[in-house]
Each structure stands twice: as structure tokens, then as C-alpha cells.
Write a protein that binds this ligand. Structure first.
Ligand code: GDP
Length: 424
């Protein structure tokens, strides 16, 4: 058995979906272990182009079982919409290749409302939430105030549980935010319209994973967002509300004892960041607009223009350490082909001194980037499939990053399509 986690090293949107789609052919099971419908994994393959939010990116491979683990924020409404979208494009999806953990907590209708209400209250201090209810969901989960997917099989207990939660949540909605309360009718309609429709996929996925382990099957753990958005190790408070790190994969998947043999950390050849928070290497103006256009940097979920900048060695090295990456996939190298010199943020100035250490969150907003330039290649590399096919300047750029971040770059991606990859 060989297990692998595919994780983001930076702020998310590094191209994880594309890497999972590529390597799923070597795996029997793909598990999403954290996060919800708040970010998108873009996958382009023979079925078309997809922005997956909750579905594991292994859904396109025949014979691969896809699991939504107990660690995800399971939003039945979003999930059903996504299932419908992929099925319409001819993808085979049923209860044999999609399984939802009976221990996954359900994102309830008020989570989205509370997300929007709190962002509105924060006004110009907002966190930049995608308003998918993720932060209120995880807060409630830790307060033990959500329902588990498996409760759908116990309708009477479910109704009683929802009634208790409703009474509690309406206090916050009405007294804290002055919003409309929910009624039991609202909730039961939501159960009928959405929650009950995911029931066929709900199973004891912990058992399934333990069996798979015993049979020596290969499991791929798929993360959402990146190390810098990790709830514990990221740029607090501009993180997401779950653990994006590989170490959480066994827990969020439902197989706490699983060993991860390989951690593929995905890094973009330049930096992007969606939403608020410090972004030390950020570019502005014309330079930024050009890079954003070249990379098509608009959010998969929200369409928001992403903030952009050169690759950030300080943040990336930290991400590699936090993820304990064993190998790096460098994506979107092709996007840099238009530049005559390639910028690299090599160090920070923090507290008046040059540093290689990623600063503590409170010190991060004042950090300044130190930028160096490497020669560009200014030729189309999207057709390259072998390391030797790349121009020398492109190879030097990859080697420079590899040396500085201290991790082998095993994959270089030169296009969004499945086969636009160089394995090194
Ligand atoms: P994820 O959330 O980490 O899966 O990343 P996103 O899907 O949000 O963003 C990655 C974007 O880059 C998607 O639009 C991909 O199709 C695209 N992409 C991935 N790898 C490459 C690449 O090597 N070159 C180019 N040009 N696009 C890529």
C-alpha cells in the first residue's frame, strides 16, 4: 500500500485539482479530508472543464472510489448541484464511486447566512470570506452543534436534534445580528429538498478505508487551499477554518492511523492570493494586471480577480516545512514565458532585518519583499513534455527554486491539460 497526499504549499489555487486528476490513475481511492464548497479545483480532461468544489478530483477516473471524509464541511445543496453538473457531462457517478462519510457534519442553511452577516458586521475589517458558511460551520462543529450525515438514517432523532439546534441558533440570528429566525418548516424543507437526496452516498467510510488499508490499496488524500491558509499554521486570522496540512489527512479522512508515504506539495511558478490579509510579494498596477491576465487569475468559485506577485521563496519554504512535502509539483511555468526577466521574492525585510524565516502573523503585515531577477526564456514552453525540452533559462529557474525551498521538484506543469506535464 502506498498513500499520497496532494496539498497546497501557498495560499491555495496552486493547481492541486489538476495534479490529483493526473495521478489518480495510480490510486484506488481519492479522499477529500477538509474544507467545503469555498474553493474550487479546476480540472480539464476528456469530459470538459470543471471547477470542483466538494467532489474529489478522482471522480473522472473509472474504478476510483471517491470519499468525502468526516473532516469536510458537507453542504448538501452545493454537492447536489455539483453532482448534477458532472453527470450532465457524461461522468459516471453513483453510490459505487462516491461515498460520503456518515461522520461528516452537515453545513446547515444558517451557516451561509451567518457568514454573510458577520462579514457585513466586520465591514472594512472583513476576512474576505467566500460566504459559503465555512467559518460558522466549523465553529459549530467544534461546539458540537451540527448534525452528522449518518443521522439522516434516524429521521425522528434528526428532527429532534434540528429542533434543539434551531432554538439555539435563532438566538444568535435574531439577538446578535437582528436577522430573521428559521422555522422548523424551513429546516424540514431543506432536509427533503437537499439533505435526504445525498443519503444514497452516505456510508461508513472509515470501515471502507480500513478495509482498503488491509487489502493494500493505494489512497490519495486531496486537500483544499494551502499551508498558509491552515487554521493553526497559516496567516491567522486570514486562514480558512480547517487544517489544510497533510498531517490532518488521516484524521479528516476517517482513517486516523493511516501512514502517508508521499506528500506532493503544489506550488505555482508565481504567487496568487484571493481575499484579504498580508501578501508580502504582492504586485500592483500594470505589472500585476499583465500577470493576472497571462495566468487567467480569477477565482474558480467567485470569479474574483486574484492578487498576484512573483514566487515567494520565504512563504514557500515555510509551506514546504509545514506540509512536510516530499516532492513538489511546480505549476503554470508556461505563464511566465512572456517575461524577459523572472522575478523571485528571495527574502523578507522584517523588523528592519533581512530574514529567510516566515514571520509570525502579527509581524507579517509590515514585512517587505526582497526581489531578485533571473533570465527569462521568452518562448512558448507549453508543448514541452521532457525536462530536456525546456529552455535552459526555464530549467535554471526551476532549479533555483528547488534549491532555495529545499525540496525536489518532481513535476513541472506547462499547461492546464492532463498531459501538459514534465515528470522529472
Ligand atoms: P486548485 O484549487 O489548487 O486546484 O487550483 P485552481 O483550480 O483554483 O487554479 C489553478 C488554475 O490553473 C486552473 O484554472 C487550472 O486549469 C490552471 N492550471 C493548472 N496548471 C496549469 C499550468 O501548468 N499551466 C496553465 N496555464 N494553467 C494551469
Amino acid at each position: 500500500m502506498s498513500n499520497c497526499a496532494i496539498v497546497g504549499i501557498n495560499w491555495g489555487d496552486e493547481g492541486k485539482g489538476r495534479m490529483v486528476d493526473l495521478i489518480t490513475e495510480n490510486y484506488d481511492i481519492v479522499v477529500r479530508y477538509q474544507g467545503g464548497g469555498n474553493a474550487g479545483h479546476t480540472v480539464i480532461n476528456e469530459f470538459g472543464k470543471f471547477a470542483l468544489h466538494l467532489l474529489p478530483s478522482g471522480i473522472f477516473r473509472q474504478g476510483v472510489v471517491n470519499v468525502l471524509g468526516n473532516g469536510v464541511a458537507l453542504d448538501p445543496e452545493n454537492l447536489l448541484h455539483e453532482i448534477e453538473t458532472v453527470m450532465k457531462k457524461g461522468v459516471k457517478l453513483d453510490e459505487t464511486n462516491l461515498k460520503i462519510s456518515d461522520r461528516a457534519s452537515l453545513l446547515l442553511p444558517w451557516h451561509r447566512d451567518l457568514d454573510a452577516l458577520e462579514e457585513a458586521r466586520l465591514a472594512d475589517k472583513k476576512y474576505g470570506s467566500t460566504r459559503q458558511g465555512i467559518a460558522p460551520f466549523y465553529s459549530d462543529k467544534y461546539q458540537k452543534k451540527t448534525v452528522l450525515a449518518g443521522e439522516l438514517f434516524y429521521p425522528e432523532k434528526l428532527e429532534e436534534h434540528l429542533r434543539e439546534l434551531l432554538e439555539w441558533k435563532n438566538l444568535t440570528l435574531t439577538r446578535v445580528y437582528g436577522a430573521q429566525p428559521y422555522t422548523m418548516d424551513d429546516l424540514m424543507r431543506w432536509v427533503d429538498d437537499y439533505a435526504n437526496k445525498i443519503k444514497p452516498y452516505v456510508a461508513d467510510t472509515g470501515k471502507l478505508l480500513r478495509q482498503a488499508e488491509a487489502e493494500g490499496k493505494n489512497v490519495l488524500f486531496e486537500a483544499q487551499l494551502g499551508a498558509l491558509r491552515d487554521l493553526d499554521f497559516g496567516i491567522v486570522p486570514y486562514t480558512t477554518s480547517s487544517n489544510t496540512t497533510a498531517a490532518f489527512a488521516p484524521i479528516g479522512s476517517g482513517c486516523p492511523g493511516a501512514k502517508i508515504d508521499e506528500v506532493i506539495g503544489v506550488v505555482k511558478a508565481y504567487s496568487t492570493c484571493v481575499g484579504e490579509g498580508p501578501f508580502t510579494c504582492e504586485w500592483f498596477g500594470e505589472e500585476a494586471a499583465k500577470l493576472r491576465e497571462a495566468g487567467g487569475e480569477y477565482g474558480a468559485k467567485t470569479g474574483r480577480p486574484r492578487r498576484v506577485g512573483p514566487i515567494d521563496i520565504v512563504a514557500t519554504r515555510y509551506g514546504v516545512q509545514v506540509q512536510a512535502a516530499t516532492c513538489i509539483a511546480l505549476t503554470k511555468l508556461d505563464v511566465l514565458s512572456y517575461m524577459d526577466k523572472i522575478p523571485v521574492c528571495t527574502h523578507y525585510i522584517s523588523g528592519g532585518e533581512q530574514t529567510d524565516e516566515f514571520p509570525f502573523p502579527a509581524a507579517l503585515p509590515e514585512a517587505l519583499p526582497v526581489t531578485e531577477y533571473l533570465p527569462g526564456w521568452q518562448t512558448d514552453i507549453s508543448g514541452c513534455r521532457k525536462w530536456e525540452d525546456l529552455p535552459e533559462q526555464a530549467r535554471n529557474y526551476v532549479k533555483f527554486i528547488e534549491e532555495r525551498i529545499g525540496c525536489h521538484i518532481g513535476y513541472v506543469s506547462v499547461g492546464p491539460e492532463r498531459d501538459s506535464i514534465i515528470v522529472r
